[in-house]
Design a protein around this ligand. Structure first.
Ligand SMILES: Cc1cc2nc3c(=O)[nH]c(=O)nc-3n(C[C@H](O)[C@H](O)[C@H](O)COP(=O)(O)O)c2cc1C
Length: 390
């Protein structure tokens, strides 16, 4: 059994144990992958101030996200096709998150259905919505999330049209994989993955199949998105969805201070500063880089969370110190799931928690309330000296 000490170890195992098309689906950004790369490299530009001779006893990372107690300010981000990374992946991730005391978000494009995850995990989870053209389907899925006791709705705003990831096209990504010789060989060499898949019936997008009318080629995310997602989504529709849901409402995919203000106006209880993990607009700035401008615009008016590029507990602490109230992680837990199923998700969470705790202590702080920009060294040009928009 390999010794796992960091998120990168989980990534290596994920790559080894999961069919190439699904590892690549996770580990890609759109087009040149500039934004995907900068999401992580921009975190590396920020450094910590080491402080000494400060009482570091009695530390805690406890806090709340939307009033919900959490053991650290981290939620599992919605990830489509998670049940293809490892059999029954959504249920395993939801269970690991519940046991750890952090929220789990189920994607619209999940393999396990809302009802299935609700029946098979011990705590309420959040549901992430993509807006489809078929308003009947949207209304129905909101009702299904309510009936399943989901405790918040996460509306994703940055994917009405799909950013192109070259590898997905070259690999012929689909769920389930098409039985081509190449795929069959790949699956045969990933025996633990194949064994898991053989033992489950959850192999298609079960939130959609049997619910949406005129489901076209659902095995291809590319085709389905182009066909079904609503390109006319605007702030009026966002408000309509908020009213329809009536509960805790999170807007995900905010990367601009102006949009952050509009999100507050639309009634967001929290916003997620996110570029979808570099999977959508290539050339957009990293989330951590735009965070300060969004904090200046709306701090205190809504909870500000950040995702995209978090690979360590140090990254989480940097985001909090820069003004975020919480974070979401995507790939960091997907690597864990692909590597070792539910135990791998738990391992990812443990690694992040430990790294965060030790870093906080060495910066001379004992609680997240004491964490602010004073613990960081941020390059003067971090936000960038961009020309004003005329
Ligand atoms: C494989 C994969 C699938 C994703 N699917 C969804 C999705 O269905 N809905 C959504 O809102 N975001 C989706 N995202 C974006 C994540 O919710 C999150 O914003 C992103 O992963 C954060 O970046 P990180 O992976 O660098 O942490 C996906 C991300 C990945 C890596």
């Amino acid at each position: 059994m390999p010794v796992i000490t960091n998120i990168d170890d989980l990534k290596r195992l994920h790559r080894r144990r999961t069919p190439k098309m699904f590892f690549d689906y996770c580990e890609s950004g759109s087009w040149t992958e500039q934004t995907f790369r900068e999401n992580t490299s921009d975190f590396d530009r920020i450094r910590f101030r080491q402080r000494v001779a400060v009482d570091m006893s009695g530390r805690t990372l406890n806090g709340t996200m939307l009033g919900q107690p959490v053991t650290m300010p981290v939620a599992l981000a919605p990830v489509g096709s998670l049940g293809m990374q490892n059999a029954d992946g959504e249920i395993k991730a939801a269970r690991a998150a519940a046991a750890f005391g952090v929220p789990y978000t189920l994607s619209t494009m999940s393999i396990c259905s809302i009802e299935d995850v609700a029946q098979n995990s011990p705590a309420p989870f959040w549901f992430q919505l993509y807006v489809m053209q078929d308003t009947g389907f949207v209304d129905e899925i909101i009702e299904r999330a309510r009936a399943a006791n989901c405790s918040a709705l996460v509306l994703t705003l940055d994917l009405q049209i799909l950013g192109q990831r070259h590898k997905d096209i070259k690999n012929g990504l689909s769920a389930p994989p098409k039985p081509t010789p190449r795929n069959l060989w790949d699956m045969a060499t990933k025996w633990s993955w194949s064994f898991g898949m053989a033992g489950t019936r959850r192999r298609t997008f079960r939130n959609i199949v049997g619910h949406a009318k005129s489901v076209g080629d659902l095995s291809s995310l590319q085709a389905w998105t182009a066909e079904q997602f609503d390109p006319r989504l605007d702030w009026d529709k966002v408000e309509r969805i908020r009213e329809r849901w009536g509960g805790k409402f999170i807007l995900k995919g905010i990367l601009d201070a102006e949009d952050a203000r509009l999100a507050v106006k639309a009634g967001a209880d929290a916003i997620v500063v996110s570029n979808h993990g570099g999977r959508q607009l290539d050339g957009a700035l990293s989330s951590i880089r735009v965070l300060p401008s969004i904090v200046r615009a709306v701090k205190g008016e809504t909870e500000i969370w950040l995702d995209s590029g978090i690979r360590s507990g140090q990254d989480i602490l940097k985001a909090i110190a820069m003004g975020a109230d919480g974070t979401m992680i995507g790939r960091a837990y997907v690597y864990g799931l692909g590597a070792m199923g539910q135990a791998g998700v738990t391992r990812a969470l443990q690694i992040l928690q430990k790294e965060m705790d030790v870093t906080m202590a060495l910066c001379g702080r004992r609680t997240l309330r004491e964490v602010n920009r004073d613990i960081l060294l941020v390059p003067r040009d971090f936000e960038g000296d961009w020309a004003e928009n005329a």
